[in-house]
Each structure stands twice: as structure tokens, then as C-alpha cells.
Design a protein around this ligand. Structure first.
Ligand SMILES: [Zn+2]
Length: 232
């Protein structure tokens, strides 16, 4: 069983038609698996999409509360609010657009921080990323010695916003012969900067609006850079 990941090829698409290929009911609710989806399953530090799956006549409404990627399939977990669903049914998917846009902006901002560090000639090794609206951060495995946090914070913020103002286009390159976390391998390019990544991104970096570096802090084995994005 395999779900075609439409959000991988077109990150701005938030609606699609699909066919139900499996339904499971258990203690966490109802899980619906489709032949293709625009719903982003949680991963790579980016939260899952939420939204609704319904039939074109509106007779069936399934509220998607959680989305997970398990064994090559996207699991849409939620509540059946109206009607009854069955395998083989043709349905429509609608992702909560506002939330997706915010997630894409926060996730892309994480890449901009990587780019800005590179421009400042700081070669820290990227670690974990957490791109949730409540307290986004990126971590680096690095040594903070001889670096003033206050100076770095202001230089980094300046560099991030300079990169955004150049309004670089997000370019995607696919390699279907390789897998990354069980998904088709995709590399995201911003000019010369590239990174293998399966998340959703803004189409142009100026859609991030602005980046505020909230804090730079030495954690146990990493340096954590907390950030926020400007209001749309
Ligand atoms: Zn990414």
C-alpha cells in the first residue's frame, strides 16, 4: 500500500481528489488511507496538517485531526462527523490553508538560518529542527567558545532578513531511485544552497516576511537558535 505524496511536488496545493483505499477503526479514532494526498504527515520537525476530507455532495465529512506517515502510507486520523465512509469512495481533501502556510514559513525560515550562518562563515553542523508555531528552533552541534551571543544574535537576524529580501525561489529536485525516511528523495535548492528535505516550503523566500532571532542558547550538546517569523 502506498500513498502518492502530492505535497512533495506542489507545496502550494492544499486541495485534491483521492480514493479511499483503507479504513481502520481503533481507540485513537478512525484512520483513513488514500491513494494520494495533499496532507503533510508530521516529520522533519514540521507539524502535520489538519483539515477535512469530504465527498463532493457534502454527504460525508471526515475531520482530519492528525496525519502520520507509516509504512509508505499517509494515515489521516480523525473523526467522522457526517455520513459513512467506505473503501473505494471518491473524496476531496482540503488542508487548513492558513496553518499550512504558517508551517511552511516557519520550516523555510529554519533553512534561512542555515544559509545565514554559512554567509557569516560559521560552519556549525545542523542538528535537530523544531518548526512548530509555539517555540520554533534549530539546533547545531558546535562550540560557542570565542563567540559573543549578543553580537551573533544581531548579525544572524540581519543576515536572515537580507537573504529574505533577495527573494530567492525554492527549487525542487527529485531522485525517485533513492529514499529518505522511506519517502522519495528530494533536494531543496535556494540558489547555491541545497539540502535534502521532505518538508513544505514557501515558493519564494520573501513569503517568510521576516525572521526574528529570539534566543541563542548553549544546550547540553548543541546550540539552540530560537526564532519566530513576522506576521503576514
Ligand atoms: Zn525543508
Amino acid at each position: 500500500m502506498k500513498t502518492e505524496l502530492l505535497y512533495m511536488k506542489n507545496m502550494e496545493q492544499t486541495e485534491c481528489s483521492a480514493k479511499i483505499i483503507s479504513i481502520q477503526k481503533n481507540e485513537i479514532g478512525v484512520t483513513v488511507i488514500l491513494d494520494q494526498t495533499v496532507f503533510y504527515p508530521q516529520g522533519g520537525g514540521q507539524p502535520y496538517d489538519t483539515g477535512v476530507i469530504k465527498t463532493s455532495d457534502g454527504a460525508v465529512v471526515f475531520r482530519v485531526q492528525q496525519v502520520r506517515y507509516i509504512d509508505d502510507a499517509v494515515h489521516h486520523i480523525g473523526i467522522l462527523e457526517q455520513g459513512d465512509i467506505s473503501v473505494g469512495m471518491e473524496i476531496l481533501c482540503f488542508v487548513d490553508k492558513e496553518k499550512r502556510i504558517l508551517h511552511s514559513r516557519l520550516h523555510s525560515a529554519g533553512h534561512v538560518i542555515d544559509m545565514a550562518l554559512k554567509e557569516l562563515q560559521i560552519s556549525w553542523v545542523p542538528g535537530k529542527g523544531y518548526h512548530f508555531p509555539e517555540g520554533s528552533y534549530v539546533e547545531y552541534v558546535a562550540d560557542m567558545e570565542n563567540i559573543s551571543i549578543d553580537t551573533l544574535l544581531s548579525e544572524l537576524e540581519q543576515s536572515c532578513n537580507a537573504i529574505i529580501s533577495r527573494d530567492i525561489k525554492t527549487t525542487l529536485v527529485f531522485d525517485d531511485t533513492k529514499l529518505q525516511n522511506g519517502k522519495p528523495m528530494r533536494t531543496v535548492f535556494y540558489g547555491d544552497f541545497c539540502i535534502p528535505c521532505g518538508g513544505t516550503h514557501v515558493a519564494y523566500l520573501n513569503q517568510i516576511v521576516s525572521i526574528k532571532i529570539r534566543k541563542i542558547k548553549k544546550e547540553k550538546e548543541a546550540i539552540r537558535i530560537s526564532y519566530a517569523v513576522g506576521v503576514l
